[in-house]
Ligand binder design. Structure first.
Ligand code: XUL
Ligand code: CO
Length: 439
């Protein structure tokens, strides 16, 4: 069969000394780190929408990248050409999973019955490719934000009919996810939020979203979906305020509405920074609540205030991300490259080089995170920092056995406490640099 990326061969691992743009410098799939091969620590996934659909269109001009893959956009031939291109790209890069929205796969028809028929046809074709290549579906989702009908949201819409349409899309996307053996199903609340409270009943909208999620869980479990439902928090964009603001907010939401047994978090780096947090912060919040499910691996540009979805390149960030993931015992689902090359990087080689950058940045992050853990200075300091709580009184506080009177009596006896031990932030930052840049 004709290749789509005929001029590009499978990407080899050549090591840090290599100057070959189309080779991995750090991602060595079989290399064992802390008892597991890299490919298991890093279940990378290709994002169907960025890699196979997005052409680089922005508010100021049309796309620059040709994603026709030799077929006419808007046809089923094109949908199939995208499948061929996607599987070839994943195979050549050694990416073992993909993620999709329903409308990434086929052109949407005027009638949902015809759209669903097209989805059945394309996923039959994808299943053949999956078998041939041993590439899996990481997660699926429904796009409930692009079509104008979703201008006021999907679960949060003021229209019962739009709410039903959203339900139908979720139902179908769950069918497809199960059909392809997906490990997760994602809710990113694209327009689930508001522009102004002057026209919004916030409680009503949040209850409707929760009901829709409950229906999704009930249906998913009924058709045999054993995977994880995920919420992908994001504070704003496209709406001024989105309800799943950050991990803490989304975790509160799933607990409030009794969804916490089925849902975990899908943390996207660029969304965390838009919320005013570090990527590491939202990973930690998810991990300590037992909800670190999956990662949308990208990065933003901190000088810009919007979702730039860049391929991960900052090794400081990937190191601290992998530090959280290793300490949490790994990811339940995986690492999806919700990222796109810049508009001026429009060639096929750019598409490969972008994924290589992302995979190498995470591989290096994994290597460095394991070294930070094995080095032990960070853990050792954190342990020492709270050592006062290993006293009898400290233990009573920790177990909830202490009383306010008892603690006040101790304060009376001491008169005033000594200053707590130094936080030694600069020392610890130096340790991280020492591990990152061992000469
Ligand atoms: C948008 C975003 C989405 C979700 C899936 O910011 O991240 O692509 O990952 O709907
Ligand atoms: Co995302």
């Amino acid at each position: 069969m004709n290749e789509v990326f005929g001029s590009i061969s499978s990407i080899p691992y050549e090591g840090p000394q290599s100057k070959n743009a189309l080779a991995f410098k750090y991602y060595d799939a079989e290399r064992v780190i802390m008892g597991k091969p890299m490919k298991e620590h890093l279940p990378f996934a290709m994002a169907w929408w960025h890699t196979l659909v997005a052409t680089g269109t922005d508010m100021f001009g049309p796309g620059t990248a040709d994603k026709s893959f030799g077929a006419k956009p808007g046809t089923m031939e094109h949908a199939k050409a995208k499948v061929d291109a996607g599987f070839e790209l994943m195979k050549k890069l050694g990416i073992r999973n993909f993620c999709f929205h329903d409308v990434d796969l086929v052109p949407e028809a005027d009638d949902i019955k015809e759209t669903n028929r097209r989805l059945d046809e394309i996923t039959d074709y994808m299943l053949i490719k999956m078998k041939e290549t041993d590439i899996q579906c990481l997660w699926g989702t429904a796009n409930m934000f692009s079509n104008p009908r979703f201008m006021n949201g999907a679960g949060s819409s003021n229209s019962v009919d739009v709410y039903c349409f959203a339900a139908a899309q979720i139902k179908k996307a769950l069918d497809l996810t199960v059909k392809m053996g997906g490990k997760g199903y994602v809710f990113w609340g694209g327009r689930e939020g508001y522009e102004t409270l002057l026209n919004t009943d916030m409680k009503f909208e949040q209850e409707n979203i929760a009901n829709l999620m409950h229906m999704a869980v009930d249906y998913g479990r009924k058709i045999g979906f054993k995977g994880t439902f995920l919420i992908e928090p994001k504070p704003k964009e496209p709406m001024k305020h989105q309800y799943d603001y950050d991990a803490a907010t989304a975790i509160g939401f799933v607990r409030q509405y009794g969804l916490d047994k089925d849902f975990m978090m899908n943390i996207e780096a660029n969304h965390a920074t838009l919320a005013g947090h570090t990527f590491q912060h939202d990973l930690r919040v998810s991990a300590i609540n037992g909800m670190l499910g999956s990662v949308d691996a990208n990065t933003g540009d901190l000088l810009l205030g919007w979702d730039t979805d860049e391929f991960p390149n900052n090794v400081y960030d990937t190191t601290l991300c992998m530090y959280e993931i290793l300490k949490a015992g790994g990811l339940k689902v995986g690492l999806n490259f919700d990222a796109k090359p810049r508009r001026a990087s429009y060639t096929a080689a750019d598409l490969f080089e972008a994924h290589i950058l992302g995979m190498d940045s995470f591989a290096l992050g994994l290597i460095k995170a394991a070294q930070l853990i094995e080095d032990g200075r960070l853990d050792g300091f954190v342990k020492e920092r709270y050592a006062g709580f290993e006293s009898d009184l400290g233990r009573q506080i920790r177990t909830g056995a202490a009383t306010l009177e008892q603690l006040a009596k101790r304060a009376d006896e001491m008169g005033r406490p000594d200053l707590p031990g130094s936080g030694r932030q600069e020392y610890l930052e130096g340790v991280v640099n020492n591990i990152l840049f061992q000469g």
